[in-house]
Design a protein around this ligand. Structure first.
Ligand code: GUN
Length: 291
């Protein structure tokens, strides 16, 4: 293996350390940042994300409330839960874990969250502000990817950043962040309609995989010396392991780490940053509310 491993846990801890002093300053004003996390159903990956988010909140001395609704809960019931937290002054941030069951209109739920508590940055108001560069909550995973690059010293100015995946949660907002003046990368987005994906990914100085396809990115799709960021978290069958599954990213780590200059592992790469930036947004929300 030749690539430098980008340690998301350590970078996340550095950023959380700085948040701690902001949380202490808020405590002097009698404010404890509060996050409400709503989970619908029992999807194992979602349960594990939500548990990790709550644990991180408590570790930093923040207030955390979890609302766990059954998979068959009505859209009306979920909207009422969002409204309850919209009106709760002890809650500064609201997160509805996605994906939601098919019978619930995801966008309607997102749009029910008041923008000043939308710590995911998913409401149209925050998305619009992000695109025009106004102050807003940046979506956690894209913001985490940028922080990983900054803390690793990866040069973004003038770099060609290629994003594989066009989700509203990661691919599209990340493309927007890359073209901001302070980051100044040139961006390409690959997706299922892309004709020759490898020809484009091979041009990447920074390659971000966020397609949700296990080990999609192979060594021959990567330019030697590139920085590779793997956003994917996929459970694949592993009959020999105790759990019967193992986590892999969207990048074939064993192969690509022989070619790349630096690479994020799965787990321990982007994941800790997503949670860190959620805490960051919640602290910001509490600071704005305390003004
Ligand atoms: N599901 C996968 N990633 C996310 C995220 O960043 N926020 C929410 N709310 N749901 C997700």
């Amino acid at each position: 293996m030749s690539a430098k491993i980008i340690d998301g846990k350590q970078i996340g801890q550095e950023i959380r350390g700085k948040l701690k002093s902001r949380i202490e300053a808020l405590a002097l004003k009698g404010v404890v940042p509060g996050l409400a996390v709503i989970l619908v159903g029992e999807d194992p990956a979602s349960v594990s994300y939500v548990t990790a988010k709550e644990k991180a909140c408590l570790e930093l001395g923040m207030h955390s409330v979890q609302s766990h609704l059954p998979a068959d809960c009505s859209e009306e019931r979920l909207l009422a839960e969002v409204q309850r937290f919209n009106n709760d002054p002890a809650i500064h941030g609201i997160l509805v874990q996605l994906p939601l069951p098919k019978h619930i209109a995801e966008q309607k739920v997102i749009e029910t969250i008041v923008p000043h508590k939308d710590v995911d940055g998913f409401t149209p108001i925050n998305v619009g502000k992000m695109v025009i560069g106004d102050r807003c909550f940046l979506p956690c995973t894209p913001h985490g990817v940028i922080q990983l690059l900054k803390h690793t010293g990866v040069v973004t100015k003038g770099a060609h950043a290629v994003i594989v995946g066009r989700s509203n949660i990661v691919g599209k907002p990340l493309a927007n962040l890359f073209v901001r003046k302070d980051i100044n990368s040139t961006v390409s987005i690959c997706h299922t309609g892309t004709r020759d994906m490898a020809a484009i990914t091979r041009q990447a100085d920074i390659l971000v995989a966020c397609a949700g396809v296990p080990e999609l990115i192979k060594a021959d799709m990567v330019k030697p010396g590139a920085c590779v960021i793997d956003v994917g978290v996929n459970r694949v069958d592993a009959p020999d392991s105790k759990k019967g599954w193992r986590l892999v990213g969207d990048v074939d780590f064993a192969e690509v780490s022989e070619v790349a200059d630096s690479i994020t592992p799965v787990p321990g790469g982007v994941g800790p940053l997503t949670i860190t930036m959620l805490l960051y947004n919640t602290v910001e929300a509490a600071e704005w509310a305390a003004k």
